[in-house]
Design a protein around this ligand. Structure first.
Ligand code: ADP
Length: 304
C-alpha cells in the first residue's frame, strides 16, 4: 500500500492553521464540548478585545487599533461524530454547510470564530449517527481535506497562500481514545499537533481515565499542554455557600500533574450559568465577564 494520496492536500489545508489543539477527556459528560466551545469563544473575544470593550466605551482610537492587532482567528472542529453538540452550544443549531469551488465553508459564529461539525450535515439535531470506524475516519479526513477553513477571511494581497490565517483550531474529540483519535492523530502527523488539553472532573473515576488519555498521548507523541479540572466546587447563587459536588471535591488533577510532571491549567467551577449559556448558544465569558469561571477560562488561555 503506497502513501495516502490525500495527505499532501491535508497538509496544504492545515498549513493555514497555526495551532491545532486536541481537547480530550477520559469520560463522557465531564464537560468537554462545553469547555471547547467556551474556550473557543474566550480565545476569540479575549484577543479581539470584546471583554475589554465595556471598559473602553469612551472610544479610544488607539485602543481600537490595538484590539485589531491582537485579533485572533479561532476555528472549532467537532469530531465527536456520534454526539456532536458544538452546533447547539455555539448557537448554530439548524445551520448547514455551504460549498464553494474551494470546498466546504465552515459556519461562522462571529468574524473570528468558525466551526465545523457533522451536526451541520444532519437533517435534524435528533438524527442519530450510527457509523463504524472507517466511515468516521472518512468524515474526519474530509473535514481536514475539504473544508476551506480560511473561507471568508480577508486575505491581504501580500499574504502568501501557505501562511497560517487561523491562529487556533480547537478539536473537540469523543470521550476516551477511539477511532476518531487515531484518525485525527495520524492525519495530522505531518502537519503537527500543538498539543492536547485533557479535561477531567475532580472525581476519582474520571481522574483514573485521564491516565489512559495521558498514556495515549505519550504513545502517539502528542504533546500534553496540560490538565483542566471542570466542575470543581459549586458556589450557590442564592446563599453563596460553597458545596463540594464530587468526592474528592478538588485537587486530584493538580496532584496528578505534580506526580507526572504535567502542567495544571486550572479549575473551572460548576456554575449553572455555564449550562444556561450553552443552551442559549451564547458566550459565557462575554455574558459573565466577572465570574470565577470566566477567570478560570482565561487562566487556561494564559497558561497554554
Ligand atoms: P461532554 O462533552 O464531556 O460529554 P458536555 O460539554 O456535553 O460534556 O457537558 C455535560 C453537561 O455538563 C452539560 O449539560 C453542560 O452544560 C454541563 N457543564 C459542563 N461544564 C459545566 C460547568 N463548569 N458548570 C456547570 N455545568 C457544566
Amino acid at each position: 500500500k503506497g502513501p495516502d494520496p490525500d495527505l499532501p492536500l491535508i497538509k496544504e489545508r492545515m498549513a493555514r492553521i497555526k495551532h491545532k489543539i486536541l481537547i480530550m477527556s477520559g469520560k463522557g459528560g465531564v464537560g468537554k464540548s462545553t469547555f471547547t466551545a467556551q474556550l473557543g469563544w474566550a480565545f476569540s473575544s479575549r484577543f479581539s478585545g470584546h471583554l475589554d470593550a465595556a471598559t473602553e466605551e469612551d472610544g479610544k482610537h488607539a485602543g481600537e487599533e490595538e484590539e485589531e492587532e491582537m485579533e485572533k482567528q479561532v476555528a472549532i472542529m467537532d469530531i465527536d461524530i456520534c454526539g456532536p453538540s458544538i452546533p447547539t452550544i455555539l448557537g448554530l443549531a439548524g445551520q448547514s454547510i455551504h460549498s464553494t469551488s474551494q470546498g466546504w465553508s465552515p459556519v461562522y459564529v462571529s468574524d473570528n470564530l468558525c466551526a465545523m461539525s457533522i451536526g451541520f450535515l444532519l437533517p435534524s439535531a435528533s438524527s442519530a449517527v450510527i457509523w463504524r470506524g472507517p466511515k468516521k475516519n472518512g468524515l474526519i479526513k474530509q473535514f481536514l481535506k475539504d473544508v476551506d477553513w480560511t473561507a471568508g477571511l480577508e486575505e491581504e494581497d501580500s499574504t502568501p497562500s501557505s501562511e497560517p490565517l487561523i491562529d487556533y483550531m480547537l478539536i473537540d474529540t469523543p470521550p476516551g481514545t477511539s477511532d476518531e483519535h487515531l484518525s485525527i492523530v495520524s492525519y495530522l502527523k505531518e502537519s503537527g499537533i500543538t498539543g492536547a488539553i485533557l479535561l477531567t472532573t475532580p472525581q476519582e473515576v474520571s481522574l483514573q481515565d485521564v491516565r489512559k488519555e495521558i498514556s495515549f498521548c505519550r504513545k502517539m507523541n502528542v504533546p500534553i499542554l496540560g490538565i483542566v479540572e471542570n466542575m470543581a466546587g459549586f458556589v450557590c447563587p442564592s446563599c453563596t455557600g460553597y458545596s463540594e459536588i464530587f468526592y474528592p471535591s478538588t485537587g486530584g488533577a493538580k496532584a496528578l500533574c505534580e506526580e507526572l510532571g504535567l502542567n495544571f491549567l486550572g479549575s473551572i467551577p460548576l456554575d449553572p450559568r455555564i449550562g444556561k449559556s450553552c443552551d442559549l448558544g451564547v458566550s459565557f465569558t462575554d455574558e459573565y465577564p466577572d465570574s470565577p469561571a470566566t477567570k478560570a477560562y482565561l487562566d487556561v488561555i494564559e497558561s497554554v
